[in-house]
Design a protein around this ligand. Structure first.
Ligand code: 4FD
Length: 240
């Protein structure tokens, strides 16, 4: 079961190096993931390969045209189910680890990278199934957000990261920040590693780490802590 991602962009070069990096490159080479990057410009029919135009009603900047984008998505029929056609946009739903886990279960999806001052609204209303934002800030295009989505999703696919343990250990996997980590030496410029970690008492270490996770989430990200508590409360109780 390979997940397929089709990316539509006017800057396919953006994706070459990041998709070759160790983790993603390996996932793609091993056919755990298939990522296809398509140039929207290839679907422009005029001789200047136009993908944008001035906004109706006037105003600054350019707007991405309907026809090339529509044709580009249509060209994927047969290879991609087109059940999930996603526009990366500052107006989208904020990407969370929860969402990333959900996307990693899909068999395929399309990522559309907008540029310019936006995308013709008829595309948004008739072609896009959902909009995703990677955070409340504006970028020049959806390319970096698309790469963020691809990398985050790849980490949630079994086999991409060697040890599933390390995935589950990650910050936010269960909605909490992870516990503090230390490595040798046991004392650095007079600053000591917490005693419990040197104790060899695995039970005690586990408890300490769980406490630290909760404490630092509460302190640094009270919003996440609240969400975690809500989740715990609603979780069905295991019958012993
Ligand atoms: N925060 C994000 C995504 C895209 C983007 C664009 C409409 C602008 C930020 C569609 C408007 C695409 C984000 C390109 N900036 N800029 O995820």
């Amino acid at each position: 079961m390979t997940i397929r991602i089709d990316v539509l962009t006017i800057f396919p070069e953006y994706f070459t190096i990041p998709l070759q990096n160790s983790l993603l490159g390996k996932a793609i080479k091993e056919k755990i993931m298939e990522v296809y990057v398509h140039n929207i410009r290839d679907f422009a029919k005029d001789k200047h390969k136009t993908v944008d135009d001035t906004p109706y009603g006037g105003g600054p900047g350019m707007v991405m045209k309907c026809e090339p984008l529509y044709d580009a998505v249509e060209s994927l029929k047969g290879n991609n189910s087109l059940e999930h056609v996603i526009l990366l946009s500052p107006g989208g739903q904020l990407l969370t680890q929860e969402k990333v886990k959900q996307m990693a279960q899909w068999k395929d999806f399309v990522l559309i990278c907008g540029r310019y001052e936006g995308v013709d609204e008829r595309i948004v209303e008739n072609l896009i199934t959902e909009e995703i934002s990677i955070g409340d800030y504006v970028l020049s295009g959806g390319e970096l957000p698309a790469l963020v989505v691809i990398e985050a999703v790849s980490r949630m696919i079994p086999g991409v990261i060697g040890e599933w343990e390390s995935v589950m250990n990650d910050s936010l996997y269960d909605g909490l920040l992870s516990y503090p980590q230390y490595t040798k030496p046991a004392e650095f410029r007079g600053i000591k590693v917490p005693e419990v970690l040197l104790s060899g008492n695995h039970e005690q270490i586990k408890t300490w780490r769980e406490q630290q996770s909760l404490l630092r989430t509460k302190k640094k990200r009270p919003d996440l802590f609240y969400k975690y508590q809500e989740k715990k409360i609603n979780e069905p109780k295991k019958v012993e």
